[in-house]
Design a binder for this molecule. Structure first.
Ligand code: HEC
Length: 186
């Protein structure tokens, strides 16, 4: 990334010959604080179709089959100095931010610090329904192996196996559709 402020550009090779500008390889402290504030204050996409009966039914199913134990719907933020707009807010991340053993099929066998090779952090599900629109693809899970929400659920193993099995064997076709409709509304 090249950041230019007035006549100084940062983030490009420091060769005077490359252009006529006075190159400084360091990003300014002001640019760092502006980018930090931008990232801290980014909003979450608003939910859609929340009054749709299928979406509401899907939300209940999401809790009933046990998805919400890891993809927790409610969280509260702490106080972030200087950014009151995100401080002490209730929000809906659909994650517990914890690591879970997801079984051998999702394991990559590569431990990272305290996480074993089969543990993954529950990803937030907010914005899930807009992913295809924004990113141009809908590949899910840590390595992008799942090509749809249904595939992502069916890869769940380990601690998430009981929830996956309830999705697979206990839900009717309509109930599975409702669950996916709910997930697409996030
Ligand atoms: C034991 C905790 C746990 C339970 C229960 C659980 N999940 Fe997950 N979920 C995870 C973890 C961890 C991942 C990330 C796995 C990976 O990337 O390999 C994940 C990934 C996902 C993803 C892909 C998200 C992405 O951004 O790639 C979806 C969709 C999802 N879960 C939906 C569900 C649904 C629906 C249920 C209920 C049927 C459910 N999960 C139950 C922990 C859980």
């Amino acid at each position: 990334m090249v950041i230019c402020q007035s006549s100084i550009c940062a983030g490009q090779p420091p060769h005077e010959e490359a252009d006529s500008l006075n190159n400084d390889p360091e990003v300014t402290a002001e640019a760092v604080s502006q980018v930090t504030f931008y990232v801290q204050s980014l909003g979450v996409p608003a939910r859609r179709d929340t009054e749709d009966p299928a979406v509401r039914r899907g939300e209940e199913i999401f809790s009933n089959v046990g998805c919400a134990t890891c993809h927790r719907p409610v969280a509260e933020s702490g106080r972030l100095e200087g950014v009151p707009s995100v401080s002490n807010q209730q929000f809906a991340p659909y994650t517990d931010l914890l690591l879970h053993d997801m079984g051998p099929a999702l394991a990559d066998g590569r431990p990272v610090f305290d996480a074993s090779g089969r543990e993954w952090r529950t990803p937030p599900l907010w914005g899930l329904g807009l992913r295809e629109l924004i990113q141009g693809h809908n590949t899910l899970l840590h390595d992008g192996r799942a090509r749809s929400i249904r595939e992502a659920i069916l890869w769940h193993g380990g601690e998430a196996r009981p929830a996956r099995e309830r999705f697979r064997t206990k839900l009717s076709g309509d109930e599975r559709d409702a669950l996916v409709a709910f997930l697409r509304s996030l």
